[in-house]
Design a protein around this ligand. Sequence first.
Ligand code: ADP
Ligand code: TRP
Length: 323
Amino acid sequence: MTRVLSGIQPSGTLHIGNYFAMMKRMIEFQNEHELFCFIVNYHAMTSLHDPKALSENTIDAALDFLALGLDPEKCYFWVQSDIPEVTELAWILSCHTSLGLLERSHSYKDKLAKGITPSCGLFTYPVLMAADILLYQAKLIPVGKDQKQHIEITRDIAERFNAIYGETFVLPEPMISEDIAVVPGIDGQKMSKSYGNTIDIFEDEASLKKKVMRIKTDSTPVEAPKDPENCNLFALYRLFAEKEKTEALRERYLKGGVGYGEVKKELLGLIYEYFSPYRKKREVLARERQAVKDVLKKGAEKTRPIAVKTLDDVKRRSGLYYV
Ligand code: ADP
Ligand code: TRP
């Protein structure tokens, strides 16, 4: 069994980009792999300084995973800050990470370009992510395309450490599903909590309708043929529709005669139906927030010995256990 690990930030409400690129695949992996799934609240702190929101989003993210079918008995499921060894390892790794490596980070540069005043935490974000991965000796990391460079940075740090102290860390590999590498938002940019262009997994019906109707399309008239490959609406449709249905829509696009408004109505029905069974389960779970917290605390207890073992090895190899 291969060790698979990934985390999600509780920095806002989870959306269908998160679902298809990461959550859905993680939930499928619990049956065939050794799965490590966690909520990275220390990472969310790089952008969120509202204690109520951070704490509530953490439970909400856990609720989403559980409602969508993650089974804590079949995997390791916890909150990042409940295993303090991760920040200890992050410090040790940061002493083996060159400044240049972090300065080349696309996600850091993108955030600077957006005018965010960076904190030290935002700059060293990839080191904490490396600690997340290396602490559990994970091999495969299912993420969206935007996280690829972070996994490469993790490999660089691990290789550097292994070269100095001997084989300590497993080198991880990103697992990116090419057809859902980037899910577009309703404005056509990458769907992201920070761009205000998301369709959330558990969006209520009225707001889902509003968002789907706002999906940006071009102004090709109804009768004219349309290009399915360069259409956000089509890209979203194919995530939810069966293969035959997607192919049928592709043909309707190429032939002309289909209007975007009509496709939006179909998509709305598909999204609502897709998440409908999970929605009911989430409503039930949401009444038991304390029970969800207990699941997470138990998950941390189950996971922590693995972290302690790796950190112990790291400290022994690097001379921190002085004699
Ligand atoms: P966000 O950009 O909304 O803050 P996160 O950074 O928390 O999302 O991402 C959580 C996971 O979801 C990561 O694996 C990320 O690659 C993936 N992901 C987020 N948005 C998208 C998207 N629009 N398309 C594909 N994957 C995405
Ligand atoms: N940086 C990731 C994101 O924004 C979240 C994350 C933190 C993560 N630690 C991780 C993902 C470890 C995979 C493995 O989506």
